[in-house]
Design a protein around this ligand. Structure first.
Ligand SMILES: [Zn+2]
Ligand SMILES: [Zn+2]
Ligand SMILES: [Zn+2]
Length: 195
């Protein structure tokens, strides 16, 4: 899926650089470059034909386009200080939740990343969390009502041996998929092995 920023950039390019955001331009340029290669046209001519109108477009775009400020995506988490729905911001250390009423309300929270896999105990969401020391683990969103927790990242699918959850573990040769229950011991063979 294109991002919001991608849509904005494409729209601005189409509006302000009609001459080059165009299939005919690309095809024509290729033809011209072929002629340069063949020695039929001097490259200075080709570059000048391109650059003279482009320079004007560039100047006009610089004067016409306002600085674009994308709205922050709204999360489904209410601010526990003022009740506003918190927005997702990107900082130096990744994404986090911030109150939209900044600077009146300066509340921020870590953004909890939700996995695509439901909790095997209660069907709720599994969230990526961090211990106080920064180690990643995965826990049920319904904690403390549900005590599901895993150091390894749960992945979609069921263990074909015991029907339990599958998790991703790190091995010497990179990540591999295995049963979440170590006493079961099931390990999924990699795609390479299957081939
Ligand atoms: Zn707030
Ligand atoms: Zn649960
Ligand atoms: Zn198993």
């Amino acid at each position: 899926m294109p991002t919001e920023l991608g849509f904005v950039v494409t729209r601005l390019m189409k509006e302000n650089f009609k001459g080059i955001v165009d299939v005919a331009f690309t095809a024509g340029m290729e033809e011209q470059l072929d002629k340069v290669e063949e020695g039929a046209v001097p490259w200075q001519q080709v570059v000048s034909d391109f650059y003279t109108p482009f320079e004007k477009d560039l100047e006009a775009a610089g004067a016409n386009i306002d600085k674009v400020k994308l709205p922050d995506p709204v999360s489904d988490v209410p601010c526990d200080k003022c009740g506003a729905m918190m927005v997702i911001k990107t900082g130096r250390f990744g994404k986090f939740l911030a109150c939209p009423n900044f600077p009146e309300c300066r509340n921020t929270k870590p953004l909890l990343e939700k996995l695509e896999v439901p909790c095997p105990k209660c069907g709720g969401d599994i969230l990526k969390r961090h211990t106080k020391k920064g180690k990643t683990f995965f826990g049920c969103a319904n904690y403390p009502n549900c005590d599901f927790v895993s150091w390894d990242k749960p992945v979609p699918g069921k263990c074909p041996r015991c029907g339990g959850i599958l998790v991703q573990r790190m091995g010497q040769n990179g990540p591999f998929i295995a049963c979440g229950d170590r006493t079961c011991g099931y390990i999924q063979r990699s795609r390479k092995d299957k081939e």
